[in-house]
Design a protein around this ligand. Structure first.
Ligand code: MLC
Ligand code: AMP
Length: 540
């Protein structure tokens, strides 16, 4: 699809220096918005992390250092540069620095291991991978193909954090920053074939989405976001960080989610926004019940709680409202599109639904077979369209063509329906996908690893309901020989360890069940719904 080269000086509309971005007036890029905030309010706190606060000028300075250094590492404008970094100030500096140098960021989950790393590094063609001192080991096998650079301080803090006021800084001018239609991100999203695909998002896509999100949620420079989501996925990065930069606000960034620490921070009144996956909300409720069994403490004084990445159980919604004094705002998004649908900021937040299109975007339901729009209350596939939708899959014209219809609607692969008053409900998935604690697992990828074990003849992976994670990964396997209970137990342990070694740890099966054969339909396809029914009725 049409992705221009970086820094190509293509003309674009001048952006509004008053910084009231909106879907009608998005910045050319998130980087433009960031630099504009730096220029206007250099000494404003941008980021706090483990006891240290960094101003916008300090983050800018650290990003600029990457911009200068990357060419010394051999980077050329237009290169893809991989980030394999945990949440830290260094992540943000490297991220912005790659953009300043005209590069495309390739996001990699730090839990990824050999199978995923091999695929993403070779598919993206990244020649440089920025990591931290703690994460270099899994990259060792790839050191011949990518230049592995361990960023700054081992603890992820910024090394060049002098000049908090940004005195003496010459800020980038807008025309020194990437062109809106150049490629900002390659975000890998697991594919139905087991091979993940790089979703190509331009600077324009990201800026448009963030302008819609900040407008819909009334996000302003006065906000402080508590962010515990990982930055290598679109929820933490595209919603949390890009929104912070567009609004010119502050982020309290954590290395990871810790229910006790989050509950504590929410209660002390220093933050105004919290974004999480449903598992975080169920864990926060459990934490509140433990710390305040009678519910006598005042509700945390936050402005907004947002949930997404997986379905929020209406019971969790109700329990949270009762305990925390406000309804969670549920929204729906995807790596390929950023955020698509949202419950309203003002107005009814309807449990079990994901609300309506963000401003400046469209969404509709089409019949699975005919691909024609269906009336309200009728189930079909959700399609979305707008300036936030990605440009296609990296070097996968086949997959790109299949993802869009001739009018430019993107097929999300999610099933749902819309009420007569315009609220969308997600009813299921057209593709095989397990969502566990907000992370996506494609069964095929796990099955392929399981089947490398010589003791197995067949394997099927599926998701079963889980009170903490929403769904848990379960493997159903057929052994080549009959095994007694002890041998089954030993093999199950081996299989889990095999997946743990080859794949991200959250993809490993939590249970392995042995069956004599897998149920198949007349075409030979494994009938996973029958397996799920069977396992649910014989749980244990
Ligand atoms: C961690 N583990 C998981 C898991 N997270 N297993 C299954 N599902 C998960 N989600 C495993 C670890 O690998 C580890 O395995 C063990 O559980 C304990 O790890 P942990 O680090 O203590 O986990 P914890 O901190 O409890 O993490 C749970 C969590 C986390 C919910 C906080 O999973 C999380 O941050 N999820 C958010 C994911 C996210 O950002 N998704 C957005 C994608 S973008 P072992 O073997 O080491 O013991 C998207 C678009 C959109 O979806 O709409 O937003
Ligand atoms: P990813 O590919 O990691 O970007 O995950 C995107 C998928 O997460 C979507 O296609 C949905 O299946 C799911 N998802 C995101 N938000 C929600 C939500 N609020 N409710 C249900 N599913 C969601």
């Amino acid at each position: 699809m049409n992705v221009s080269s970086p820094l190509d000086k293509r003309p674009y509309l001048p952006y509004d220096h008053r910084m009231h971005y909106s879907p009608d007036n998005p910045p050319p890029s998130v980087l433009h918005a960031f630099v504009e905030t730096c220029r206007r309010t250099p000494s404003k706190p941008c980021l706090s992390f483990e006891g240290q606060t960094y101003t916008y000028a300090q983050v800018y300075g650290a990003a600029r250092a990457y911009q200068s250094y990357l060419p010394d590492m051999g980077m050329l404008p237009g290169d893809r540069v991989a980030l394999y970094l945990a949440n830290s100030p260094a992540f943000l500096a490297a991220y912005l620095g790659i953009w300043m140098a005209g590069g495309t960021v390739v996001l990699i989950n730090t839990q990824y291991r050999q199978v995923e790393l091999h695929h993403i590094l070779s598919d993206s063609g990244a020649r440089i991978c920025i990591t931290d001192a703690n994460s270099t080991a899994p990259l060792a096998p790839f050191a011949e193909h990518v230049f592995v650079y361990a960023a700054g301080n081992p603890d992820g803090h910024l090394t060049s954090a002098d000049d908090p006021q940004g005195r003496g800084v010459r800020w980038h001018t807008p025309d020194e920053l990437p062109a809106p239609d150049s490629l900002a991100l390659l975000a890998y999203t697991s594919g139905t074939t087991g091979r993940s695909k790089g979703a190509m998002l331009t600077h324009r896509n990201l800026a448009a989405n963030s302008a819609a999100v900040t407008t819909a949620w009334h996000w302003t420079a006065d906000d402080t976001l508590l962010l515990t989501l990982p930055l290598f996925h679109i929820h933490g990065l595209g919603v949390g960080i890009h929104g912070t930069f567009l609004a010119g606000s502050t982020v309290d960034l954590r290395r990871r989610f810790d229910a006790a620490a989050v509950y504590d921070t929410l209660s002390n009144g220093d933050v105004t926004l919290f974004f999480g996956v449903p598992t975080m909300y169920t864990r926060l409720l459990a934490e509140a019940a433990q710390c305040d069994p009678h519910g006598t403490r005042p509700a945390p004084p936050l402005r907004l709680f947002v949930s997404g990445s997986a379905p929020l159980n209406p019971h969790t919604f109700a329990a949270f409202e009762q305990r925390f004094g406000q309804p969670i705002l549920e929204r729906y998004g995807m790596t390929e599109t950023g955020m698509n649908l949202t419950n309203p900021y003002h107005g009814e937040r309807r449990p079990g639904t994901v609300g309506q299109p963000f401003p400046g975007q469209e969404a509709r339901i089409v019949d699975i077979q005919t691909r024609q729009p269906v009336p309200p209350e009728t189930e079909g596939e959700i399609q979305v369209r707008g300036p936030h939708v990605f440009q296609g899959y990296w070097q996968r014209p086949d997959a790109t063509a299949a993802a869009f219809d001739s009018d430019g609607w993107f097929n999300t692969g999610d099933l749902g329906w819309v009420s007569s008053d315009g609220y969308f409900t997600i009813a299921g998935r057209a593709r095989e996908l397990i969502i566990t604690g907000g992370y996506n697992v494609y069964p095929r990828e796990v099955e392929e690893v399981l089947l490398t074990h010589p003791a197995l003849s067949e394997a099927a992976v599926l998701g079963l309901p889980d009170t903490d994670l929403g769904e848990q990964v379960v493997a159903v396997v057929v052994a080549r020989t009959t095994l007694d209970a002890a041998a089954q137990h030993a093999l199950a342990t081996e299989l889990i360890a095999l997946c743990r070694e080859q794949l991200a740890a959250y993809k490993k099966p939590r249970q392995v069940r042995f069956v004599a054969e897998l149920p198949r339909n007349a075409l030979g396809k494994v009938q996973k719904h029958l397996l799920a029914q069977h396992l649910s009725s014989s749980a244990g």
